[in-house]
Design a protein around this ligand. Structure first.
Ligand SMILES: *[C@@H]1O[C@H](CO)[C@@H](O)[C@H](O)[C@H]1NC(C)=O
Ligand SMILES: *[C@@H]1O[C@H](CO)[C@@H](O)[C@H](O)[C@H]1NC(C)=O
Ligand SMILES: *[C@@H]1O[C@H](CO)[C@@H](O)[C@H](O)[C@H]1NC(C)=O
Ligand SMILES: *[C@@H]1O[C@H](CO)[C@@H](O)[C@H](O)[C@H]1NC(C)=O
Ligand SMILES: *[C@@H]1O[C@H](CO)[C@@H](O)[C@H](O)[C@H]1NC(C)=O
Length: 240
């Protein structure tokens, strides 16, 4: 019995960790991002329906596959961006191409070098990601240029191509995770069943209407509880 409840507790924990997380996207124009070295929101070149540049545009950045509507760029070596968040994971997305630099990403004081060079034309990619962070404390991440990419050709005019599309960080969905204690699942899982029977009594339509209602009811059940209930059934049957 001890083993069974330990297993249940473990699965409950997993279910909560899996289903209670949410990504927050902070786009390049968000005021919570601090830029340096003249980096900031840039103009993306307009193209016509067949993908050709519309003439008369200067100083725009080419994003041929339209992978982003907005991007921050910087041309000097001290171009950079920093951002503070409270979450369990961080992703940095950038526009990467043959002139992208060698970046230094510093997360909570630890720096790593990440090469942004790509041979293909401009693509939106995750330049850096880190998961497994402590979600209860504030983290600071910064993106800076270390130098020209060792894989690319240094620009003769010393122009760099710093780029930031967005920061994405992962939070615990507070409503689902922070207040779920181990004895609530039995309670919550029973509730939708009761309300479902009531809905069906007053349904004059065909059985398809009824089943739609039950599906909606099921969707609203916390998935973690559902897992536990199913596991209980399985383990219960095993014990008999
Ligand atoms: C958050 O976004 C990253 C990168 O796009 C993705 O790998 C991850 O699965 C997402 N996490 C959640 C909880 O949606
Ligand atoms: C969680 O519970 C505490 C104390 O019972 C309460 O103050 C808090 O508002 C609750 N948080 C959520 C997200 O329900
Ligand atoms: C769930 O628990 C709360 C508080 O213990 C109680 O008020 C409520 O009636 C319970 N709901 C069900 C469906 O058992
Ligand atoms: C069920 O529905 C009827 C009529 O719609 C309503 O009077 C009754 O209070 C409902 N019962 C519950 C338990 O919600
Ligand atoms: C079902 O119940 C609702 C509200 O309780 C009522 O407005 C509706 O007329 C009822 N439908 C039928 C077919 O009885």
């Amino acid at each position: 019995m001890y083993a069974v409840s330990t297993t249940l507790a473990f699965f409950l924990l997993c279910a909560q960790l899996t289903f209670a997380q949410k990504n927050i996207t902070v786009v390049d124009t968000d005021p919570s991002i601090h830029y340096s070295g003249g980096a900031g929101d840039a103009t993306i070149c307009k193209v016509d329906a067949s993908g050709n540049f519309i003439s008369g545009q200067s100083g725009c950045y080419s994003v041929p596959d339209k992978c982003t509507d907005s991007v921050a760029m910087g041309q000097s070596k001290d171009s950079g961006a920093s951002f503070t968040f409270k979450g369990s994971a961080i992703y940095i997305n950038s526009l990467l191409f043959s002139r992208s630099p060698l970046y230094t990403v510093t997360l909570d004081g630890t720096a790593v070098d990440v090469d942004g060079f790509r041979t293909e034309s401009e693509t939106c990619e995750t330049l850096f990601s880190r998961t497994g962070l402590d979600p209860t404390v504030e983290h600071t991440v910064s993106l800076a240029i270390k130098g020209f990419s060792p894989s690319g050709t240094p620009d003769p005019n010393g122009v760099f191509a710093f780029s930031l599309i967005n920061f994405i960080y992962t939070i615990d969905d507070s409503a689902a995770s922070s207040n779920t204690s181990s004895n609530t699942p039995t309670n919550t899982s029973r509730a939708p069943a009761t309300s479902n029977t009531n809905t069906t009594t007053n349904d004059t339509k065909s059985s398809s209407g009824t089943s739609l209602d039950s599906i909606t009811g099921l969707r609203s059940i916390n998935l973690g509880s559902l897992t536990v209930v199913i596991l209980m059934l399985v383990f219960g049957a095993d014990l008999l």
